[in-house]
Write a protein that binds this ligand. Structure first.
Ligand SMILES: [Zn+2]
Ligand SMILES: [Zn+2]
Length: 219
């Protein structure tokens, strides 16, 4: 009952403790204020393409709404693990708005999958919920073309672990059109997005865009 109550009746902002649950206007405004950077690190990149240190990747360009370290940890936690669906939907809409602003020509929306056991446990998968919102708002098809083979979550894993982990975690189910956008909740090293993007390219994609709610401040 405690979770249930906190979702329905807690009227404070998860990030700052101010009014207007689940995220106050000021904290909402921080989402999307992130400058255009390389999709793998925090170096500025006007076209959101990989910087000189991350050239030759499968990811064409990518965006993130906010830096995770800017007190957004409890926000991601609430949306991803605590079943705060209102918050998750708000994040999805904000992400969709940001994707729309880029002007990227996209034919298909997909997402970094979570293992089905996680989905049952949590009720929804944040990356999928966001992808669904992006697809709806941009009037694009959504397809679950990637599957997860392991249940492991990347959250909380040490950086070295995360880097070695993604290679075996995913598989592609079917071919994809030339231009695809890949949605996830957080970009850390970018290794997961890169692995999924490489699979999408094997499946026929020539341009793979990425969009995540949060990004780690990587250099
Ligand atoms: Zn706030
Ligand atoms: Zn970079």
């Amino acid at each position: 009952m405690e979770n249930f109550n906190s979702i329905l009746f807690d009227n404070t902002c998860i990030r700052c403790g101010g009014q207007d649950s689940p995220l106050c206007n000021e904290c909402c405004a921080l989402l999307g204020s992130n400058p255009a950077t390389c999709p793998f690190c925090s170096r500025l990149s006007a076209m959101r393409t990989p910087c000189q240190f991350h050239r030759g990747q499968a990811v064409t360009a990518g965006l993130s709404l906010a830096i995770y370290a800017d007190n957004f940890r409890p926000v991601l936690w609430a949306a991803k693990f605590k079943r705060n669906r209102l918050l998750a939907e708000l994040l999805g809409r904000t992400l969709a708005h940001a994707v729309k602003q880029t002007g990227w020509k996209i034919e298909l929306v997909t997402f970094v999958p979570s293992h089905w056991l996680n989905q049952i446990r949590r009720g929804y998968v944040l990356s999928e919920l966001c992808a669904r919102t992006v697809a709806t708002q941009l009037k694009l098809p959504l397809s679950r073309v990637l599957v997860s083979r392991t249940r492991a979550s990347q959250v909380g894993l040490a950086r070295r672990k995360r880097l070695e982990n993604p290679t075996k975690r995913f598989a592609l189910r079917e071919g994809v059109p030339h231009s695809v956008i890949l949605i996830d909740d957080i970009r850390t090293t970018g290794a997961t997005l890169e692995r999924c993007a490489a699979l999408l390219r094997e499946g026929g994609a020539r341009r793979v865009y990425t969009a995540t709610i949060f990004a780690e401040n990587m250099r």
